[in-house]
Write a protein that binds this ligand. Structure first.
Ligand code: NAD
Length: 478
C-alpha cells in the first residue's frame, strides 16, 4: 500500500531509435557476425527489442587484429594529451545523449529510469571525464606510462553501460586498445556506445564491441593476441577465466560476486539506516555485486528496525521501469528470476521466515517483490550464496566483535556498510572488515576517484581512481 498514489509519469521511449538488427563493431564499422544472431528483450514486457549478431572465434580474431593494428600504429604512440581529447569528446557526447542512453538502458535491462538517468549515465560520463584527466598525467600515476597492448574485456548485465565505462575509460587513457563483450541480455547500450565512438571520430580499431554470450567471452579471454583480461561477472566464470589464463603472460583483473554485510548498531540514526538498508538491497532490484544483502542488526534494536523497514518496503513502487516514480523495476531475465525464486524457496525450506512487500506484480515480464527473511542462520544458503535479487537476509548480533565475525564469515569480500553515530566505532569496525569497500552511514556510493574491488572470492584488482590505472600499465601489479 502506497502512502500516496501517483499518476503514471512514463518517460518517452521516442528518444531512442532502436534498429531491427545490429552487427558487430569491428575496426570502426558495423559488420555481420559469423555466429547465430540472437534476440534481446525488454524484461519488463518480454517484447523483443532487436536482433543482435553473435561473434564467433573468427570474429574475435578479426577484432583482436584490428585492435592490435590500432595499438601499434595509432593509439599506443599517440601522446596522452591527444588521447585525452578523444576521451573528453566521448564524455561530452555521453552527456549530450544521456536521455537516450538512459531510456535504452532501462528498456534493455529493466532498471527504473530514475536510476539509469540519475545514477548510471551520469557516473558513466564522470568516469570518462575522470580518466581523460589522467591521460596526460600518467607519469604521476606511480605505475609508469607504458600501456599493456590489447585489452579483452567482458562485462555483466546489471550495469551494462557503467561496467563498460569502468573498463574502457582507464584502458584507453593508458594507451591500450579494447575488444569488449557486453552481456547477452543487455547489448544495446554498448552498441550505442560504439556509435558514440564513431561520432567522436575515435580512430578505427581502438574500441571493438563484440556481442555474443559465454562462448564469445571465452574466445576473447583465450585469444593469444590479448595482453590483458578484465572481467566482471560471477565467481564461477571468474575462476574459469583464472584457469584459462594461468601460464600465459596475460594480466588479469577479476571483479566478481559479493554477499555484503550491512551492519546496524543500536545507536544508528534509525531513519537514515532504514533508507540505507533499502538502498543497499533494493537499488537496481538487488542486481548489485556490492548489495547489502545480509543485514546484521544489533539485537536490542532489531524489532524496531524490522518494523520500520517493513513499513518502508511497503511504500516501494514496483512496476513500469520507464515510469519516473518507479522504485523497483524488472528482474533482468527469466534465468535470473528462476535463480532468485530457487534461493528464496531454499530459505523457506531451511526454516527462515519470509516476508514480501505487498505489491501487485505485472502479468508479463520478470518480477519479484521486495522480500526479507528473518530467523536466518549463518549456515542457511540465503546467508551464504549471492542471490543477486531484491531479497534481504536478516541476522542479529549482540556485540561489535560478533558483528565483525559474522560479517567476515563469507567466501566473498567486496563491500560492507556500518551504521552508527560513533566515529570511533566506524574506524574500529571498518579496519576489521575484510571487504574492499566499506561505507559508513551510507551505502552504494560510487565515484570515479574511489577504487573499487574485492578480497577473497570477490576477485582481485581495483577499478576506479589512480589504483584503476595499475591494471592497464606495465608498472602496475595486476
Ligand atoms: P556471468 O559470469 O554469467 O557473465 C558475465 C559475462 O561473462 C557475460 O558477458 C557472459 O557472456 C560472459 N561469460 C560467460 N561465460 C564465460 C566464459 N567462460 N568466459 C568468458 N566470458 C564468459 O555473470 P552475470 O550473471 O552476467 O553477472 C552477475 C555476476 O556479476 C554476479 O555474480 C555479480 O556479483 C557479478 N558482478 C560483479 C561486479 C564487481 O564489480 N565485482 C559488478 C557487477 C556484477
Amino acid at each position: 500500500m502506497s502512502i500516496f498514489e501517483y499518476a503514471p509519469a512514463p518517460e518517452s521511449r521516442a528518444v531512442v531509435d532502436i534498429k531491427e538488427s545490429y552487427g558487430l563493431f569491428v575496426n570502426g564499422e558495423f559488420t555481420s557476425g559469423a555466429g547465430t544472431a540472437f534476440k534481446t528483450v525488454n524484461p519488463a514486457t518480454e517484447e523483443v527489442l532487436a536482433e543482435v549478431a553473435e561473434a564467433d572465434a573468427s570474429d574475435v580474431d578479426r577484432a583482436v587484429k584490428a585492435a592490435r593494428k590500432a595499438y601499434d600504429k595509432i593509439w599506443g604512440p599517440m601522446p596522452g594529451r591527444e588521447r585525452a581529447k578523444y576521451l573528453y569528446r566521448i564524455a561530452r557526447i555521453i552527456q549530450e545523449r544521456s536521455r537516450e542512453l538512459a531510456v535504452l538502458e532501462t528498456l534493455d535491462n529493466g532498471k527504473p529510469i530514475k536510476e539509469a538517468r540519475d545514477v548510471d549515465v551520469p557516473t558513466v560520463a564522470a568516469h570518462f571525464f575522470y580518466y581523460a584527466g589522467w591521460a596526460d598525467k600518467l607519469e604521476h600515476s606511480g605505475y609508469g606510462t607504458t600501456p599493456l597492448g590489447v585489452a579483452g574485456q567482458v562485462i555483466p548485465w546489471n550495469f551494462p553501460l557503467l561496467m563498460l565505462a569502468w573498463k574502457v575509460a582507464p584502458a584507453l587513457a593508458c594507451g591500450n586498445t579494447v575488444v569488449l563483450e557486453p552481456a547477452e541480455t543487455t547489448p544495446l547500450t554498448a552498441l550505442l556506445f560504439a556509435e558514440i565512438c564513431q561520432q567522436a571520430d575515435l580512430p578505427p580499431g581502438v574500441v571493438n564491441i563484440l556481442t555474443g554470450a559465454g562462448e564469445t567471452g571465452r574466445a576473447i579471454v583465450e585469444h593469444p593476441g590479448v595482453d590483458k583480461v578484465a572481467f566482471t561477472g560471477s565467481t564461477d566464470v571468474g575462476k574459469a577465466i583464472a584457469r584459462a589464463v594461468a601460464g600465459t603472460d596475460k594480466k588479469v583483473t577479476l571483479e566478481l560476486g559479493g554477499k555484503a554485510a550491512n551492519i546496524v548498531f543500536d545507536d544508528a540514526p534509525m531513519d537514515q539506516a532504514v533508507e540505507g538498508i533499502v538502498n543497499g538491497i533494493f537499488f537496481n532490484q538487488g542486481h548489485v555485486c556490492c548489495a547489502g544483502s545480509r543485514l546484521l542488526v544489533q539485537e536490542s534494536v532489531a524489532d524496531e528496525v524490522l518494523e520500520r523497514l517493513k513499513r518502508r518496503m511497503a511504500t516501494l513502487r514496483l512496476g513500469d521501469p520507464l515510469d519516473k516514480n518507479t522504485d523497483v523495476g524488472a528482474i533482468n531475465s527469466a534465468a535470473q528470476l528462476a535463480r532468485i525464486r530457487e534461493l528464496s524457496e531454499a530459505g523457506e525450506a531451511e526454516g527462515a521466515e519470509r516476508w514480501s512487500a505487498p505489491c501487485e506484480l505485472p502479468t508479463s515480464g520478470y518480477w519479484f517483490a521486495p522480500t526479507l527473511f528473518t530467523g536466518v542462520s549463518q549456515a542457511h544458503r540465503i546467508a551464504r550464496e549471492e542471490i543477486f535479487g531484491p531479497v534481504l537476509s536478516v541476522l542479529t548480533f549482540r556485540t561489535p566483535s560478533e558483528a565483525v565475525e559474522k560479517a567476515n564469515n563469507t567466501p566473498y569480500g567486496l563491500s560492507a556498510g556500518i551504521w552508527t553515530e560513533k566515529g570511533s566505532r566506524i574506524l574500529d569496525v571498518a579496519g576489521k572488515l575484510r571487504a574492499g569497500v566499506v561505507w559508513a552511514n551510507t551505502f552504494n556510493k560510487f565515484d570515479p576517484p574511489s577504487p573499487f574491488g574485492g578480497y577473497k572470492e570477490s576477485g582481485y584488482g581495483r577499478e576506479g581512481g589512480r589504483h584503476g590505472l595499475a591494471a592497464y600499465l606495465q608498472g602496475g601489479q595486476a
